[in-house]
Design a protein around this ligand. Sequence first.
Ligand code: IPE
Ligand code: IPE
Ligand code: MG
Length: 236
Amino acid sequence: MANIPVHLAIILDGNGRWAKKKGLPRNAGHAAGARVLEDMCEVVWNKGIRFFTVYAFSTENWNRPAGEVEALMKLLRDYMKNSVKRAMKNNMRVRVIGDKSGLDADLQESIASLEEATAGNTGLTFQIALNYGGRDEIVRAVRKLASENDPDFMKTLTEKDLSGALDTADIPDPDLLIRTCGEERISNFLLWQLAYSEFYFTDLAWPDFNEAELDKALENYSSRTRRFGGLVKGEE
Ligand code: IPE
Ligand code: IPE
Ligand code: MG
């Protein structure tokens, strides 16, 4: 394919609806979704994508029933604990973006040890957005900059300064954003970073997402003209 995105981001949506349709509890949908995600890391890397970011739990998802939040946290806990071996085998670097300070201490610890163990890997960079909100990320970044610098610095703050203080510092912005299960909104994901990303929506629920659908999205992406506000050759 002509143009492969360097950075792919996915809002994995529809776990609950997928389960409900099958007469299963919503949490079975989350478990199925987690399995698809693990496989997708390898598929994505094999396409030539270098950065892969997924929305796993938003700052607003705390509003779900306690049992569902607990089940999601358990899946995330299990992932952080059990995925080191596979990540090392695949040379994958795992990072978590979002407000980690809002997570339970043991989960924070397993995240830190997974990040540390895989920090030197040179294959896919896999970013998991967890307790993540785009607005929250920007506010945290501004607070951090204000607390580390003098007021004069803040008066002349640049886009580069703010970018560098976000959780995604040093990661290129997503080229392509996919959202599954028919919803066509951002839901507070990567508000800053998606400024010029291409969007692709599919009706498939996340647990049904597969390589064929990814290929469709990539095909579609490669036919897009990205102008970044300017004109491309031949349009002048
Ligand atoms: C996506 O599936 C996973 C999370 C948001 C954690 P949902 O749980 O949002 O599934 P639907 O949208 O209710 O079907
Ligand atoms: C967005 O999905 C958050 C994640 C995928 C983690 P939601 O299902 O929470 O989004 P809304 O509520 O439908 O906008
Ligand atoms: Mg949803």
